[in-house]
Write a protein of this length. Structure first.
Length: 207
């Protein structure tokens, strides 16, 4: 009888421990799930992948003086809406970065890497920059309407010290992103005020 009673006590203890452990795991899982839900809920606005953001470059970018990974600032030049919801305002800030393209060191282009919206800074992943396809004001003297495409190539400005309309970069490669080769970089610049168009590769979640 004593052995049987002891066995029952041991079994009860083991059962209690098992239930406590299972309950703790369930609580932890529930807590983790709630935490993930809270993280998602913090983001109240979403800019879908594929949306375009136009950035006006703040200052001249002289490519021969730039290094891969250098970051340059600009201003968002057009409101971004999803339906009737304003997501990004014209005048918000953005950062673009000089990248090598497709692992090739002899071709470079720009990607949008962050935007500053409503007091928050958000990382961004975008496709290669394209010129904003709109004729620029004549008094800028640096930009004209371009045809972007892998087969055509296009001028987007003037060589530093050169005449109006001289080519500084060719639009080449898949998707018509603006690319510069090692040769064209030596005398290429992107003038202040140039509008570059970026297509989001991933959605951006805003607070």
């Amino acid at each position: 009888m004593k052995k049987t009673a002891k066995r029952l006590i041991v079994e009860c203890i083991l059962l209690t421990l098992a239930l406590a452990l299972t309950g703790g795991q369930s609580y932890a899982a529930g807590k983790s799930s709630n935490k993930s839900r809270q993280v998602r809920d913090r983001y109240v606005l979403r800019i879908p992948a594929g949306f375009e953001i136009i950035v006006r470059v703040d200052r001249d970018i002289v490519l021969r003086n730039a290094r891969m990974g250098d970051v340059f600032t600009g201003t968002i030049d057009r409101d971004v809406y999803s339906g009737n919801q304003l997501l990004v305002r014209r005048g918000d800030r953005g950062e673009i970065q000089l990248h090598t393209v497709g692992g090739r060191t002899d071709e470079v282009g720009f990607r949008l890497v962050s935007i500053a919206v409503n007091g928050g800074i958000y990382d961004v992943r975008s496709d290669l920059a394209r010129e904003y396809a709109e004729r620029q004001r004549d008094d800028l003297g640096v930009l004209g309407k371009t045809a972007i495409g892998a087969a055509t190539g296009a001028a987007i400005g003037a060589i530093a010290g050169g005449g109006r309309g001289a080519a500084i970069g060719a639009a080449a490669g898949a998707g018509g992103g603006l690319l510069w080769s090692a040769a064209t970089m030596k005398q290429a610049r992107v003038p202040a005020g140039t509008r570059l168009r970026f297509s989001l590769a991933d959605p951006v979640y805003l607070h």
